[in-house]
Design a protein around this ligand. Structure first.
Ligand code: NAP
Length: 311
């Protein structure tokens, strides 16, 4: 007979791992499903500075996620590596179908997070991995002593620009307005950095190159003026990092769960519109997307799942 978990948690970012910890600690049989690496977006972040207590030297997003995963496992949460392709969430027994198998549970916590939004320029897909990236931690070191551009003006863009300046000869932040959205403390660090400069009121329209990224067309949003930016002949290429926000990973739930701008709608107890189905973390419609709010959501979702299961 197929195993029926008390609760299956979709996603092993901070929200999912915390839900696993709380579910395990309260004696539920819990499984955490993940298709890639643990940590979600913090796996691509060099430093997490604003999670309380996370101020140890040499700590990265990956090591924080690894400790969260170990803690969830210590309390009995099972780990399942699979890519879920279909979710039947309506009945009392929920069925998740993955590439490797089927998984059943009485309750489900969706913590699938969000993924980088494409910049939206011409030829973008062609140059991903050939100079264009959405992960400074992964690809920044490839651009040691080269020119690097970062698109966006939010926390992620500005924080990652500061990180990239450790390797790059110069970092240019390309932002569509003349003011950053990032938190003031993050902005200050970038403004004070001698190798970071800003290209205001500018968007990237197209990227180009012969096999690797070596040219792009940018447009001034105020004047409409277009110009080309080319790699220096000595470099032959430059790096372009897209940090223009996130797209929630909710494709599986469209038409089944209530969405708002693509994000899952829950109440304060993390309940979706279906009984026994909860959502936590960045995938949820909410005002503040941080590790601390994701972990809080995960804890609430697991406690509410336990209440749902035990009446
Ligand atoms: P974000 O806050 O949504 O910022 C996206 C940025 O990209 C904005 O500056 C936006 O410009 C720009 N943008 C959006 N679409 C664009 C387009 N098509 N072309 C050019 N620019 C475009 O996204 P994020 O920085 O990825 O952050 C996501 C969430 O994670 C936020 O809630 C953020 O606070 C959180 N986060 C927190 C930290 C931290 O606390 N240390 C670090 C990283 C992320 P406009 O400003 O003109 O809208």
């Amino acid at each position: 007979m197929e195993k029926v978990y008390d609760v299956l948690i979709l996603g092993a970012g901070p929200a999912g791992l915390t839900a696993g910890l709380y579910a395990g600690r309260s004696g539920l049989s819990a499984g955490i499903l993940e298709q890639g690496q643990d940590g979600g977006q913090i796996a691509n972040t060099m430093a997490v500075e604003n999670y309380p207590g996370q101020c140890l030297d040499g700590e990265s997003g990956t090591s924080l996620a690894a400790r969260m995963a170990a803690q969830a496992e210590q309390f009995g949460a099972a780990r399942i590596q699979d890519t879920i392709q279909a979710a039947e969430l309506q009945g009392q027994i929920k069925r998740l179908t993955g590439l490797q198998g089927e998984y059943l549970a009485r309750a489900v916590i969706i913590a699938t997070g969000a993924s980088p939004r494409p910049i939206g320029c011409k030829n973008e897909a062609e140059f991903v991995g050939k100079g264009l990236s959405y992960c400074a931690t992964c690809d920044g070191p490839l651009f040691r002593n080269r020119a690097v551009y970062v698109v966006g003006g939010g926390d992620a863009a500005v924080e990652e620009a500061v990180y990239l300046a450790k390797f790059a000869r110069e970092v240019t932040v390309i932002h569509r307005r003349d003011r950053l959205r990032a938190a003031k403390s993050i902005q200050e660090r970038a403004f004070q950095h001698p190798r970071i400069r800003f290209l205001w009121d500018t968007v990237v329209e197209a990227v180009d190159g012969d096999g690797v990224l070596s040219a792009m067309t940018v447009r001034n949003t105020k004047t409409g003026e277009r110009r080309s930016i080319a790699a220096s002949p000595a470099d032959g290429l430059f790096g372009l990092f897209g940090y223009v926000g996130l797209l929630p990973n909710t494709a599986l739930f469209q038409g089944v769960l209530n969405l708002e701008n693509g994000y899952l709608v829950t109440d304060g107890r993390m309940k979706t519109n279906l009984p026994g189905v909860f959502a936590a973390g960045d995938v949820r419609a909410k005002s503040l997307r941080q590790v601390v709010t994701a972990t809080a959501d995960g804890a609430i979702a697991a406690v509410e799942a336990e209440k749902y299961l035990h009446g």
